[in-house]
Design a protein around this ligand. Structure first.
Ligand SMILES: [Zn+2]
Length: 1022
């Protein structure tokens, strides 16, 4: 874009002497008036059309070319910007789309004022082109551009345009000039996120299609007969008592009809057609002009039970937005039930399409949001690609306001979530409304410091931040601004913005100017800091001091001096309230500050003081907002003991409890209690303490983890985590009578540095980690030399230090990773290298995995440490998992079922044998390939090389291998391996030890993956 801008300015400077840079700052707006005739072919799912548009140059510039969007080409192949976005976001379904599901536009032949012109496709984007004008288009002049075009419709599952059977979503479908504004041309490829920036004008569109199609479209229907047809359909729909199951598509009428829609003051035209549509119609009177707006709903049987109330949702949304912002300027407003893959709903002028809703409050919320876009997108047509918060963000604020004030109460959300089962009730999620949900989304990214500024161009947002920041944080931010300004003043500001920029292209500076001038306040904290940075609000009360009529601060009243610390990075205003018996006595707003300041709050009698009592500030730590005026530990909330896992409650210090049980072959059954403070949202300090009583040892066993995370704002690390973990379990059982069950204690400290990526959206995750592991083992004589007397001989201790660097590219298609590790312990230094690559099939999570692993010693003076081909616990003290990194059901078992559990580590041979174990080096290649189809089956092959100089194996060929089949329930977590082929050295070992096929089958059951930290963090990772 920047390159094009420079080029354009260069050309203009050369050709137009009058051009100056100041012209950039002067507002103007181009106008495009369309006339399109289009015919739908519902057998081959295509459109044949002819388009004419008048382009009026209202700019002060002479134009030599017109940029044209051909967005249907976004679906053409894997090289389009849309495809690349699918790839980046891991949308493999669309990325791997079959040719029949793809789409394109062609058959173009552009003429300007009836003369042929040169049309050039953009060299990089096939959904952008340029008309080279034969003659310059001077300021104030207009041209008429015409072209035929043909569109092959893609599957509507890919994005927003296309068909599903004979349901048609005809959006972003015709050749359309890019916006030319005071910043120059804005040619942009079609993307799923942040799609719109278009010129206003008039649309006159005639659609030809089989007679029995029902059509919903932008604008006003011009045909009497079609109006009658729709009205009949409305009466039919109103008479239906039971809509019944999904309908088949009726046969198309052999006769066609042509219907015409006209609409002015819009910047796009979309239409939807289906032969199954039920239709409902209503109307709503505008609050000031009393003008009547006709509302329409088009839906199928699929969710008819919800859609029968949809007219009232549309009407309420139109009325609220009209009251709060300014009147809806069009005469029709429609909502269409359609299954589009990208998002739950999508806005077009005067018409919106809604995805699957399942619940009435979801349908209402989505309809409100999409209808609301008629203001923020429709009438206020800002540049969504660059400043998506101006429509998505502000619209989310109004959607939340609508849902909390006008329509849906918490009870309705609660009952709906309650219906889905016990999970919502147990976790506390059933108690939250849509604003709370937005807050949780923002908190999730803010606590991890992975949030991006609101004012980030749409394509640069991560998918998580697109929702959690662009929608949620902006919505919450405008709620914050409304609380600060007061609803009356806030509404005046927005109404003024609407009045000034209706049917225009406002930029962020315009919004800031209107708000600042109308409110008379300095709003830099909001428009500069809250919007443009990732600064986070967090005020806390440090102390209170009773003041009796302090003449300096406030001579008239009694109250408290509040010492408040700004622990956050945003210096925004905040409110404090005096509270007595849960009743808010007074609330006062204070301007923001840095560090510590003292405020006065008046209160004769109050039992506590609270910052942000109505929770209108997206404060990332609400736990420090409250302070009692009496008692000890005034800043600490009452303690509560919720069960299992809870959403955070700022009013309580929560210690969550969960009964737990465990089992291994030495401790036998263990039962106990896990106490933790883990919730859905990460905290800086988190802990799990899980003591259990073991029936096998008749002693306590269990583990405890403490974790502290810091998020340095600057520097090369995104997160630094310090973890301490203590565990104690039995690890062996001797054959002596009585049974002796020796135990180990393991203490691990880890310092982990997550490296910051230069781009948020990067698929890379890189980390450096230092681990120190201390292990105490109770010794028995039972071990490698079984002639020893089984006897507890006391504890022996050892330590290991490990430094590792891992780098992962987590792209959805062909991901890869690499890691180097150096392990040091008494008398040895052991480095290793691991490289992993997946060749992806045309389906998510399936492909061929390649792994290369090599490990050896830099130094090994008489240590018993060795390198291993297999990742097992098998043997004394789990001899190959001597770090006790993994959990085994039978870590020391040599034989029997539990001895067959293994982890993917070391050489990762799937069959157990001591072959390859040595104290010099090994190298292996492991290959796993999903078999075709959807079966959970993989074929595997392991190939290993090892140094045999210190140990000799019979049949040593320099190369050892095994291969077989793997069945899995959850990949890398629950798998069973069936060996089929192995090299002679392994076979010799198996024969010598008389092992049968059954004995060779081994399994992975990755208990580590079930830790509460991993489970929580695994829900959303980025
Ligand atoms: Zn939206």
């Amino acid at each position: 874009m920047i390159i094009r801008l420079i080029k354009k300015h260069f050309i203009l400077t050369v050709f137009s002497a009058s051009f100056t840079w100041t012209a950039d700052a002067q507002y103007f707006q181009q106008e495009v008036n369309y006339k399109i005739t289009v015919t739908l072919n519902d057998i081959e799912h295509s459109l044949s059309a002819f388009e004419t548009f008048e382009y009026i140059n209202h700019s002060p510039d002479t134009l030599f070319e017109i940029y044209i969007h051909l967005w249907a080409n976004a679906y053409k192949n894997k090289n389009t910007a849309l495809s690349r976005q699918w790839y980046e976001n891991g949308n493999t379904e669309s990325w791997f789309a079959a040719d029949k599901d793809r789409g394109y536009i062609d058959g173009l032949h552009f003429k300007v004022d009836n003369s042929d012109v040169k049309f050039l496709y953009d060299s990089a984007q096939i959904d952008i082109g340029r008309i080279i004008l034969n003659e310059p288009l001077y300021p104030g002049r207009h041209i008429t551009v015409s072209t035929p075009f043909y569109v092959k419709l893609p599957s509507a599952r890919l994005s927003r345009m296309g068909h599903l059977g004979q349901f048609y979503a005809i959006t972003q479908w015709y050749p359309k000039p890019a916006v030319y504004d005071e910043h120059g041309w804005h040619p942009m490829p079609y993307l799923d996120m942040g799609e719109f920036y278009s010129e206003f004008g008039t649309y006159d569109v005639s659609i030809t299609l089989p007679k029995n199609y029902i059509v919903g479209a932008t604008g006003e229907l011009q045909d009497e007969e079609e109006v009658r047809f729709l009205n009949e359909r409305v009466s039919q729909t109103e008479s239906i008592v039971d809509f019944g199951k999904s309908m088949e598509f009726p046969t198309s009428d052999p006769e066609d009809k042509t219907i015409r829609y006209v609409q002015s003051n819009v910047h796009d035209f979309a239409w939807f057609a289906d032969k199954r549509f039920h239709v409902l119609k209503g109307s709503v009177e505008m609050p000031v002009s009393k003008r009547k707006v006709i509302t329409w709903a088009f839906f199928t049987n699929d969710e008819a039970g919800l859609w029968k109330n949809s007219i009232s949702y549309i009407n309420k949304a139109l009325l609220n937005y009209s009251t709060w912002i300014g009147e809806y300027e069009y005469n029709n407003c429609s909502a269409v039930d359609g299954t589009i893959s990208a998002g739950v709903g999508m806005e077009y002028p005067c018409i919106t399409v809604i995805g699957e809703s399942r619940f009435d409050f979801v349908l209402e919320e989505v309809i409100v949001h999409e209808v609301g876009h008629n203001w923020f997108y429709g009438m206020l047509a800002s540049n969504e690609r660059d400043y998506a918060w101006l429509d998505e963000g502000i619209n989310t604020f109004y959607e939340m306001r609508h849902m909390s004030e006008a329509a849906v109460n918490k009870g309705r959300v609660k009952s709906a979530i309650g219906e889905t089962g016990w999970a919502g009730r147990l976790t506390g999620l059933a108690d939250i409304d849509s604003r709370d949900l937005s807050f949780l989304a923002y908190l999730y990214v803010a606590r991890r410091n992975s949030d991006q500024p609101i004012n980030t161009p749409a394509p640069e947002f991560t998918e998580t931040n697109y929702g959690a920041v662009l929608y949620a944080k902006t919505g919450l931010g405008f709620e914050y601004l409304r609380a600060y300004l007061g609803t009356g003043l806030f509404d005046s500001c927005m109404q003024e913005y609407f009045r000034m920029y209706k049917f225009k292209h406002p930029y962020p500076a315009d919004l800031k100017k209107v708000f600042t001038e109308t409110s008379g306040k300095n709003l830099d904290w909001f428009f500069n800091d809250f919007i443009n940075t990732d600064a986070k609000p967090d005020y806390s009360i440090r102390s209170l001091q009773r003041i009796y009529g302090n003449s300096l601060i406030n001579p008239a009243s009694k109250g408290y001096a509040l010492k408040i610390k700004n622990k956050g990075s945003l210096n925004g205003p905040f409110s404090a309230s005096a509270i007595q018996n849960g009743r808010v006595l007074s609330t006062q707003w204070y301007e923001g500050f840095k560090r510590i300041d003292t405020m006065f709050i008046s209160c004769e009698q109050c039992d506590h003081i609270k910052i942000d009592v109505h929770e209108s500030i997206p404060d990332i730590n609400r736990k420090n907002n409250s302070f009692r005026t009496r008692g000890i530990l005034k800043g600490v909330e009452k303690i509560s003991f919720p069960f299992l896992i809870r959403t955070e409650n700022p009013e309580r210090t929560q210690v969550t409890w969960t009964p737990i049980a465990g089992w291994n072959n030495y401790n036998k059954l263990m039962a106990g209690l896990a106490l933790h403070n883990i919730s859905f949202i990460r905290k800086r300090f988190e802990y799990v303490v899980a003591p259990m009583y073991s029936l096998g040892t008749e002693r306590f066993a269990g583990m405890a983890t403490l974790k502290y995370s810091a998020f340095p704002g600057t520097g090369i690390f995104r997160r630094v985590t310090v973890t301490g973990q203590l565990s104690r379990f039995a690890y062996n059982v001797s054959e002596a009578k009585p049974l002796i069950r020796p135990k180990y204690s393991r203490l691990e400290g880890e310092l982990n540095f997550l490296i910051k990526n230069s781009k948020h959206k990067s698929p890379w995750v890189s980390a450096v980690s230092f681990r120190n592991i201390n292990i105490m083992e109770q010794m028995t004589g039972y071990g490698p030399e079984p002639e020893f007397e089984p006897l507890i001989t006391g504890e022996t201790g050892r330590y290991h230090n490990i430094i590792s660097l891992t780098m992962k590219n987590r792209r959805a298609i062909d991901p890869f990773s690499g890691g180097v590790e150096i392990e040091q312990g008494k008398n040895y230094v052991k480095p290793s290298l691991e490289l992993v690559y997946r060749y992806s099939y045309k389906r998510k999570n399936r492909g061929i995995d390649f792994r290369f692993f090599t490990q050896g010693f830099f130094l090994n003076i008489g240590s018993v440490n060795s390198v291993h081909m297999t990742g097992t616990g098998k043997g004394f003290g789990g001899s190959e998992d001597y770090l006790y990194d993994n959990s085994y059901f039978g870590r020391s078992d040599y034989t029997g079922f539990w001895s067959r559990q293994f982890y993917h580590q070391a050489g990762d041979f799937k069959i157990y044998s001591p072959i390859g174990r040595n104290d010099l080096w090994i190298s292996t290649v492991n290959i796993k390939a999903h078999l075709p189809g959807r079966l959970p089956v993989k074929a595997y092959l392991d190939i290993g090389l090892y140094d045999k100089s210190r140990r000799s194996y019979m049949d040593y060929k320099g190369l050892t291998y095994d291969a077989g089949i793997c069945l899995y329930l959850v990949q890398d977590i629950m798998e069973v391996y069936f060996p089929l082929v192995h090299s002679t050295d392994i076979r010799r070992y198996l024969e010598t030890n008389d092992l049968r096929f059954r004995d060779k089958i081994r399994f992975v059951f990755n208990i580590n993956a079930l830790s509460p930290f991993r489970l929580r963090d695994g829900i959303l990772t980025f």
